[in-house]
Design a binder for this molecule. Structure first.
Ligand code: WQD
Length: 340
């Protein structure tokens, strides 16, 4: 569905930047909106270098309705929005829930109000598998029960999904898909964009790559007494490039008028790997050792979660194709460029 112009909020962020690259390469015209509160302006130049073009960007907060209005007036032919912009640190959301409700939910409402006034009726929303909580049923389906979120961050994702759903029911022409991400990892094979290390990584793979790079002394594995093959937690690790491509398929699906109005889609690989398997695979594909020790469980961690991928394949014709090895190789290549 080439040459449609799409606004990408949070487009300088980890998943946003990779999606901007895939959008352009799929023939769309991406426009970035980012306040650079949790991303780096340099990422825009690196996206431009990968694409050999100048992607239009606006610096600002998507909670600012006047600013959003101005962008939609300036970029008259925007026909859809991919909404990534949100605060996403689980632990921080427990310490500062109001920041998370204000930013994540507040911006969602502002964006929908301005989209409505501008009559832009296509939205793809960045949601998370965290909405499933500690689901007994694995792999989780989109019909698996949404359990009380383990964190205010996770709850903001569920609340935003419900707001989008209710708005789509109120406006027949408005179509939206919420993509529930599992665990995005890896980086662009050019190693020009990847997950930016801002502070101490909370997530496993950036912590592994920083330990391998000698920035961190030792990785702590948060518990090995779970009811899993090797006692460590199971997650569905998906290459960020595969995840980015899911957004293109979601837009295509909506623009081809196949969408019923609102739906949710799991974006995972359908495979689960334990923490120790990730460490061992990282060591194998990159031919190095990762210094780690077993520590206590991290509060809020679910024992196992991985995705049933049938709906993504049947509805939008998307499935992941890159492997855990590909992602961990790309993650290390990216880490090494950060050290230069
Ligand atoms: C994965 C596994 C840890 C770090 C979270 C959010 C989710 C999304 C992705 C934003 C767990 C273990 C980790 C470490 C470890 N975030 N681990 N030592 O918690 O599955 O998902 O990040 O969109 O919404 O919930 O990802 O990478 O933090 O942890 O042992 O130093 O690695 O216990 O089992 P998680 P994670």
């Amino acid at each position: 569905m080439g040459n449609r112009k799409v606004l990408v909020t949070g487009g300088a962020g980890y998943i946003g930047s990779h999606t901007v690259v895939e959008l352009f390469q799929a023939g769309y015209t991406p426009v970035i909106l980012d306040d650079f509160s949790n991303s780096d302006k340099k990422t825009i130049n690196r996206i431009n270098k990968i694409l050999n073009t100048e992607v239009k960007f606006f610096e600002g907060d998507c909670g600012n309705e006047d600013y959003l209005e101005k962008i939609f007036l300036l970029e008259k032919d925007i026909s859809g929005v991919i909404h990534f912009a949100a605060s996403k640190a689980v632990a921080e959301s427990v310490q500062n829930p109001l920041k998370y409700y204000d930013n994540n939910v507040g911006s969602m409402i502002s964006l929908l109000k301005v989209m409505n006034r501008s009559d832009i009726n296509c939205l793809v929303f960045s949601s998370s598998c965290t909405v499933y909580g500690n689901s007994a049923e694995q792999p989780v389906r989109e019909t698996s029960p949404v359990l009380p979120a383990e964190s205010p961050y996770g709850n903001t994702k569920h609340v935003c999904e419900q707001i989008i759903r209710d708005f789509s029911f109120s406006k027949e022409s408005f179509k939206a898909l919420s993509l529930r991400y599992f665990n995005p990892i890896g980086a662009h094979p050019s190693a020009l964009i990847g997950e930016l290390p801002i502070g101490t990584p909370a997530n496993l793979v950036p912590y592994i790559s920083q330990t391998a790079a000698g920035i961190r002394e030792e990785l702590t594995v948060f518990g090995n007494d779970y009811n899993t093959p090797d006692g460590t937690c199971v997650r569905d690790y998906i290459h960020v490039i595969d995840l980015a491509k899911a957004h293109i398929r979601a837009l295509d699906y909506i623009f081809q008028n196949k969408s019923a109005g609102y739906d949710v889609i799991n974006c995972g690989t359908g495979k689960g790997n334990t923490v120790l398997e990730v460490i061992k695979t990282f060591e194998k594909v990159n031919n190095l050792m990762v210094n780690y020790s077993i520590g206590t469980r991290r509060p809020g961690d679910v024992e196992a979660i991985y995705s049933n991928v049938d709906k993504a394949k049947d509805l939008i014709g998307w499935q992941s194709s890159l492997t855990l090895e590909d992602a961990l190789r790309d993650a290390w290549k990216w880490e090494q460029t950060l050290q230069k």
